[in-house]
Every structure is written in C-alpha cells, then in structure tokens.
Write a protein that binds this ligand. Structure first.
Ligand code: 4AD
Ligand code: MG
Length: 481
C-alpha cells in the first residue's frame, strides 16, 4: 500500500506492508525508529521495531537510502509528529546503500550539489514535492482543455521549419559529419540526408497547431521543445515543455482572456491538490530567502502569492504604454536600468520585472508590440497616430519573479500580408507553402499562445532556477543524466 493511502485511511489495527526508501534510522536502547518514504506523499511513515524483532544482520543493513519492505501493525503513534506508526513484525531489505558512499545523508544539501546527483535527487523532499506538483499541473492542463472543448494535437518533434524564425535550432541528420555528400558548390547536399531535406528539432508546435485549429477549431499541444540558444540563465533550458493552445475565430482579446482563465485554473488546481507539498515548498523558500537582503525577499509567502494571482485581475496594457511608464520611472531618470529604454526596444528582463514587481505588483499582459521585435506570423495592427511605429497583435504575459511566462498573438490571416511579411524577414514562401495555404483556403481569424511549462512550475513551486523544476535539465554543456 502506498504511504499516501496508509496515512489518509489511518486504519489502526490493520496489518500492512510498506515499501520504500529509508530516510533516517535512529536506534535507542529498546527500539529502532525507521522513517520510510515512497514518494507518494511528502510525509514519511515511521516504523518502530522493538529490540529483538529484527535480526542483527537486517537491522545493520537498514540505513539511510536503503530500499526496504516492512510489515507490521498500524498503531496510534506514541510520539508526537504523526498520527499513526508501524509496529514492525518483519523487514526485508531489497537494496542496501553503503552509508560511507550514499550521497544523500539526512542533512541539508545545496540545490547545486543536488544537480550533480540528478539520478538520486528525486529522493529528496524538495524534488519529490516539485515532481508531484509538476505532474499535477500537467494533469490540470489536460483537464482544463478537455473540459473546455479543446483537442490535444500531437505536432511533430522533427520539423523542416523554424517556427519562430530565430534560427536557434538543433539539426537532425544521419549524414556522416566527417564525410557528408556535397553539392557542386561545396555545400552539404541535404537531398541525400534521411528526410531528403534539412531538418531540426522543433522550436514550437505553433505552425502545425494552426493547421489543426483551422479544422478542429480548438486545439492545444503539450510537448517537448528545443532551443539551441546559448543563454545560460536561470530561466532558459535547451529542452523544455511547451503548451500551445490555438483557437479559430479568436482575436487578441479572446486570447488574453483564455491565458488569464487558464493560468488561474491550473494554479488553483495545484493549490487544491498539492497543498501539503506547497506548504513544504513555502517553508523551503522562506529558509532560502533568509540569506537574501530584505528588499530581495518576496513580499508574500508562496501560498499567499498563488492565491493573490488567482484572486486579482491581470493588468492589461500596450507595449507603447509600458514604454511610457518605464520612461517616466525614477529608475530610468536616475539611469539605473542597465539597458536603454526607447520605443522599439525588445524589453529586457529588468524592464519586465520593474513593471510587474515594482510598478503593478501583479501579473501583466503586454500587447501590441513593434512588429520588428516579433515573429513574422503575427497580425499587423491598424496604423495609429498615437503609436510611433507599426505594431502587431502580440501579447506577452509577465509573472512576478518569472518575467515572461507566455508569448502569443492573433495570427495574420490575410494571405497577401503574410506572404509580404515572409519576404521581409527572409522566409522563402516555398518553404512554408502548406502554412500559407490555410490563408488561401478558408482562412479565418485565429489566435493562440505558448506557455513554458517549466516557468509555470517555477512560479507555483517558488523555485528560482529552472534546472530545479525538470527531472533532467538540458542546458549548454550539461546532459549527463
Ligand atoms: O515566446 P515564445 O518563443 O513563443 C512561441 O514559441 C510561440 N510559437 C508560442 C505561440 O504563440 N504558440 O515561447 C513561449 C514561451 C515563453 O513565454 C516561455 O515561457 C517559454 O515558452 N520559453 C522557454 N522556457 C524555457 N526555456 C527556454 N529556452 C524557453 N524559450 C521560451
Ligand atoms: Mg517570447
């Protein structure tokens, strides 16, 4: 029986077997206390063995990290700290863990150290809590979309297109790197490659997602995404999971409403279904922040912060308005932004954080960005006298402590305008003829967005490094586990 179920039912008097990994063992004169965890829940179960119940050999092999099956009677706990405990009758050791070598001793380990033992870190309280929250959020995402009439569309992982046009792709090839077939001009002849063309790992499922929306009306994707951007930050992974809803007949305003409703739903779902894990993670965050300066600490505790997001409307404003706020800020006037502020810049994370954490203190949806800093597929806005340049129907959702968590837009549905944009940014029209054809055959307004799953998990768990919310992080120069 899983420990989660044993603790929930607390069927005192029943005989049960617990299987899991020993967290601690403490021996006193007449009894041995063994704390076991099986990952089903943050709590351990305590097994109490009276002297003489276990033979000496078994007793010795039960050490921190060992895997055991312990059978006994569930009784009301004598000590404080737990309602029930297991009165041991017998024990079996599946696997020992030499205490001289087992790296996870019952003491505090740094997150950096735990990254070096990625194969064992799921056995810690912090990582098992994060992994349970991560699972619950994934489930909530599927539930939200399913309950709202969306279909889960499986877009390809190997593609021939660069959806974001940023060129940060991992190449997929079976050609011999030492001796590739060449064209007459000396370039590599990809016609001889596995797919007969250049291919790469997907940077986004959006373009294929749009094809789905133009038939099923409401779709979402949820899959791995790859970016070879060499940014070694606490918010970037080379392999991350992205969720991309795409909806026919939606305009930018509908897209914003969907983003807000969706994020609030999944955060609420985690609060309702992972409460014990979040209480644990809240305590962890408080401890971590003790080492920070007062002004760098969060104003709200983790659970308060999650409730705050659910209970408050997101602020909505245009990029142009955001630039005005930044320009009139004290920080700008005192020259304290590292990067310059002017209409047309790509907002840096210091600018986003100023808006979200200092100015509004709430999640913010920024819209109508300059076209030159956004992808080719975004719908062009009407030109307006109040705005210095051409903008697009883009939206980014910014979260406190995270910065950009969502990027999305209404899509250009006019064939001529889209083809023109392709030309402007240098995308050969023949290379995405299939995408353009949706604008020639039954085009319709549509919109969608992408949310980085790990950034969402960071927000909900209060973790501050993205490497700590995915079981096996892929970042520049690391792919060990
Ligand atoms: O803003 P991005 O690049 O948007 C797209 O890919 C669109 N095709 C989405 C769409 O409209 N369907 O990425 C979307 C989100 C970002 O807001 C961020 O949360 C996350 O994906 N993201 C990353 N997360 C972790 N590591 C990286 N290297 C990321 N790059 C983007
Ligand atoms: Mg973006």
């Amino acid at each position: 029986m899983q420990i989660k179920q044993i603790l929930a039912e607390a069927a005192v008097g029943s005989e049960i077997t617990v299987k899991g990994w020993v967290r601690t063992k403490r021996e006193s004169k007449n009894v041995t206390f063994i704390n076991i965890n099986d990952g089903s829940v943050i709590h351990n179960i305590q097994a109490v063995a009276e002297a003489g119940v276990l033979n000496e050999e078994t007793q010795k092999l039960i050490t921190t990290g060992a895997c055991v099956a312990i059978t006994g009677t569930l009784i009301e706990s004598q000590g404080s700290g737990q309602k029930v405990e297991l009165q041991v009758k017998s024990a079996l050791v599946y696997g020992t863990a030499d205490p001289e070598k087992y790296p996870l001793q019952p003491k505090k380990h740094s997150l950096e150290f735990l990254r070096e033992i990625g194969h064992l870190r799921p056995r810690t309280n912090t990582f098992s809590a994060i992994l349970r929250v991560r699972h619950t959020l994934a489930y909530a995402i599927h539930k939200y979309f399913n309950d709202n009439g969306f279909f889960y569309l499986h877009t390809p992982i190997i593609t021939g297109s660069d959806a974001e046009g940023a060129g940060e792709m991992f190449r997929v090839t079976t050609l011999d790197p030492k001796n590739p077939p060449l064209n007459e001009d000396g370039s590599v002849n990809y016609k001889e490659d596995f797919f007969g063309r250049e291919t790469n790992l997907t940077v986004s499922g959006q373009l294929e997602g749009e094809l789905g929306a133009m038939a099923l009306s409401k779709i979402y994707t949820f899959g791995p995404t790859f970016r070879a951007e060499n940014s070694n930050t606490a918010r970037h992974l080379a392999e991350f999971w992205m969720i991309e809803p795409e909806v026919a007949f939606y305009e930018l305003e509908d897209n914003m409403a969907l983003a807000e409703d969706f994020t609030k739903y999944v955060i609420r779902y985690a609060l309702e279904n992972c409460y014990d894990d979040l209480v644990f993670l809240e305590g962890r965050l408080k401890e971590e922040e003790k080492n920070k300066k007062q002004e760098e600490r969060s104003e709200l505790a983790l659970i308060e912060k999650l409730k705050f997001v659910i209970d408050n409307e997101y602020v909505k404003l245009t990029y142009t308005e955001a630039i005005q706020i930044l320009l009139s800020s004290k920080r700008h006037k005192e020259g304290k932004f590292q990067y310059p502020v002017a209409w047309g810049i790509d907002l840096q994370s210091e600018h986003e954080r100023y808006l979200v954490e200092k100015h509004f203190k709430k999640p913010v949806i920024l819209t109508n960005y300059p076209k030159d800093i956004k992808a080719f597929y975004m719908k062009l806005d009407e030109v307006s006298d109040d705005v210095p340049g051409q903008t697009v129907r883009a939206m980014d959702v910014l979260f406190p402590g995270i910065g950009e968590i969502i990027g999305g837009s209404q899509r250009e549905d006019n064939y001529e305008k889209l083809a023109q944009r392709c030309q402007e940014v240098g995308i050969p029209i023949e290379s995405i003829w299939w995408y353009l054809e949706t604008r020639q055959f039954g085009t319709a307004p549509h919109a969608g967005f992408g949310i980085g799953f790990e950034r969402l998990v960071m927000f909900v768990t209060g973790m501050t490094n993205i490497r700590d919310v995915i079981p096996f992080p892929r970042t520049p120069k690391t792919a060990e586990f």
